[in-house]
Design a protein. Structure first.
Length: 100
C-alpha cells in the first residue's frame, strides 16, 4: 500500500503549528546571533521598509527551503545555502529556478 502525500495548508492547525515552529527557530537564531546573517537580514529588510512581520515571513522562506531539502532526502541543514538565500531576500529563494 502506497502512502498518499498530504499537503498541509497554512490555515490548518498543522500549518499554524509549523509556522510557529519556524518562527521560533528564527527567534533562536536572532537571540543566539547564529548565524549572524539572520539578524543582519532582518535589519536590512526593516531598513528597506518591510514590516517586522513580513521580514520574518521572508526569512521563514529561507528556513523552509532547508526543511524541504532535508525532508526530500538531500541531506541536513545547508548553512551556506541558507545564508545565500538570506542575502538574496526579498527575492525569494525559489524565484530564480524551479529547484527549491
Amino acid at each position: 500500500m502506497s502512502k498518499q502525500k498530504r499537503i498541509v495548508h497554512a490555515d490548518t492547525p498543522e500549518g499554524k503549528l509549523a509556522r510557529e515552529a519556524i518562527l521560533e527557530a528564527i527567534e533562536h537564531q536572532l537571540r543566539d546571533n547564529d548565524p549572524p546573517e539572520t539578524a543582519l537580514t532582518l535589519a536590512r529588510l526593516l531598513k528597506n521598509g518591510e514590516s517586522k512581520e513580513n521580514a520574518m515571513r521572508l526569512i521563514a522562506t529561507a528556513v523552509t527551503v532547508e526543511l524541504f531539502e532535508a525532508l526530500r532526502g538531500n541531506g541536513s541543514f545547508n548553512k551556506t545555502r541558507y545564508i545565500e538565500n538570506l542575502l538574496r531576500l526579498p527575492e525569494l529563494p525559489f524565484e530564480e529556478s524551479d529547484e527549491i
